[in-house]
Write a protein that binds this ligand. Structure first.
Ligand code: HMG
Length: 417
């Protein structure tokens, strides 16, 4: 029997504070409906300087190990996907290995390509396991980021922060990957970037949406070609994309998942024998189907709407939200996942939800993690945004979590709760 490889379990970590998105809109003199219905946001995570990509990654990985009783002596690889690095050389993964006192006998590295870094890490780990090079060992892949555009910018309501830690193994209780079917698309564009030495991203917002949709089309077509060849999907009464029970998209803001789904359907309709018979107007109307969006996409967005963009972790937060709400109903069903990282690289892959997904997600307690956060005013959010990043406030982290304590002589030290 072919070896199954995929995600066995996951855990999330978020900053301890969030701001209400309607309150932020009012403070900016913007109609709140623009942020809630125009962008699909409800709440936005607010990271303070003590909550950097290392502390969020370490908190998520520690929670994964504790909640899911992970035998760390069997973990042979630790990858951190991040675009919020803390050093040009020393990997975030090396900090996490040290803070969690993980075995020395593991490969550690960071994977960077904007929001795609997490998927790059996941595929490196899964293919390492599938090839046999892992010799039966598991991997931990942590996606950790702080999305920051700055006060009073167009990107401000699409900020956020957090981390998702994934246990990757030959026991894919959450998601068994269809290794070998993935479709990828790379296009050299300046849609969103983070020049060295800057805390805030530079972004050409509307152009970045077009780049995402263009790259999605290429990656999806690549996956579909292989999925058709392997008879995983077929042209027939339904579109190939409709044969996936759910589709999880990279979520820079929730409304983007709706745009992405419309584009994916448009690609299927343009390429399908039946779709080609339709007028362009009829194809566009069919692509925008609310029924399809409600059935295939909407249920994955509940956590993202409360956290905001988490760059590398955004799609995996959507996966967590989906399996948290529908883990039982989706057991045995195939889903599609679309990862996009600006710059750009995009990957579409498919996977089957495991029979133990609901039980694994119950242990992850994602609702509990969000419920423990504190809501802050817009004034407090602005104060936090203006704090110097090299001087974190002395706050005791919650049990099992980590915070940056200080940076002295360019060395970072962390404190555990
Ligand atoms: P904006 O220009 O302020 O907003 O920036 P807008 O005018 O485009 O309006 C946004 C939506 O609200 C529109 O909906 C409006 O119609 C609607 P749409 O037409 O697009 O469906 N709207 C309203 N709805 C209801 N009531 C109202 C109202 N007014 C307007 N009163 C933008 C929006 C997303 C561009 C900005 O926030 C931004 O630049 N964000 C950051 C960039 C981004 O998220 N890009 C996404 C694609 S790139 C990506 O995903 C990669 C990324 O994650 C980074 C990485 O890879 O590392 C970003």
């Amino acid at each position: 029997m072919k070896k199954q490889v995929g995600i066995e379990a996951l855990a999330i970590a978020v900053p301890r504070r969030f701001v209400d998105i309607e309150e932020l809109a009012k403070a900016r003199g913007v109609d709140p409906a623009k942020y809630t219905s125009g962008l699909g946001a409800k709440e936005m995570a607010v990271a303070d300087p003590g909550e950097d990509s290392v502390s969020l990654a370490a908190s998520a990985a520690a929670r994964l190990i504790q909640q899911q009783n992970v035998d760390v002596s069997r973990v042979g690889m630790l990858v951190v996907g991040t675009e919020t690095g803390v050093d040009h050389s020393k990997a975030v993964a090396s900090h996490v290995q040290g803070l969690l006192k993980l075995p020395r006998s593991m490969r550690t590295f960071d994977a960077q390509h904007a929001c795609y870094g997490g998927t790059a890490g996941l595929m490196a780990a899964a293919e390492w396991i599938a090839s046999g090079a892992g010799a039966g060992r598991s991997a931990i892949v942590v996606c950790s980021d702080i999305a920051r555009y700055g006060l009073n910018t167009a990107g401000e309501p699409t900020q956020g922060a957090g981390a998702v830690a994934l246990l990757v193994s030959e026991q894919p209780d959450l998601l068994a990957l269809d290794i070998g079917l993935n479709g990828v698309c790379t296009v050299d564009v300046y849609d969103f970037w983070r020049p060295l030495g800057r805390r805030e991203a530079v972004v050409d917002g509307h152009y970045s949406i077009n780049c995402y949709l263009d790259a999605l089309s290429g990656a999806y077509r690549g996956w579909r070609e292989r999925a058709l060849a392997h008879e995983v999907v077929r042209w027939g009464d339904t579109l190939p994309s409709e044969q996936l029970a759910r589709i999880i998209y990279h979520v820079p803001f929730c409304k983007m998942a709706r745009k992405a789904h419309t584009q994916l359907r448009q690609v299927d309709l343009e390429d399908s024998p039946s779709g080609r018979e339709l007028t362009p107007e009829a194809r566009e109307a069919a692509a925008k189907s609310n029924a399809s969006y409600d059935a295939q996409v909407a249920s994955s967005l509940t956590l993202n709407a409360r956290v905001g963009n988490v760059y590398t972790a955004s799609m995996y937060l959507a996966l967590a939200g989906l399996l948290h709400s529908e883990g039982t109903a989706l057991a045995g069903k195939r889903v599609g996942l679309l990862s996009y990282g600006s710059g750009s690289c995009s990957e579409f892959y498919s996977a089957t939800v495991g029979a133990n997904a609901a039980a694994r997600m119950a242990k992850a307690d994602v609702e509990g993690v969000l419920a423990r956060r504190e809501r802050v005013s817009v004034a407090e959010y602005e104060r936090i945004m203006n704090l110097p990043y090299e001087a974190p406030e002395a706050i005791t982290p919650a049990p099992g979590e980590f915070r940056l304590k200080e940076i002295r002589d360019f060395r970072r030290t962390y404190v555990a709760g």
